[in-house]
Design a protein around this ligand. Sequence first.
Ligand SMILES: [Zn+2]
Length: 105
Amino acid sequence: MELPVRVRSCKMKDYGDTTYLENMKGFRVRIRARQSLSIKLDTVLHEYAHVLSWFGSESEIDDHSAEWGITYARLYRMHLEWDFGRAQKKRAKSGPLPGQLEFEF
Ligand SMILES: [Zn+2]
């Protein structure tokens, strides 16, 4: 199931939030504009884990369920391995990194 995800930088109190909008059949992710880039990236990963684990039986009871935690960990690992594109450049020169795993969503 593919649903649109709209990400916005907003003036808000919290770091960010995620809402499923029934009328647009998609997600709205808001990220607080006034925070450092590294916190914005952490928040995008946190909120995107909500998007990916939104339609699960556990996640309807608890926002930060085990399912959400595993999804967040996988996204974080992908982010670290991606390393702003530097990992791909290294891999192109020397093959896959030792212990490197690929995740599919
Ligand atoms: Zn959360």
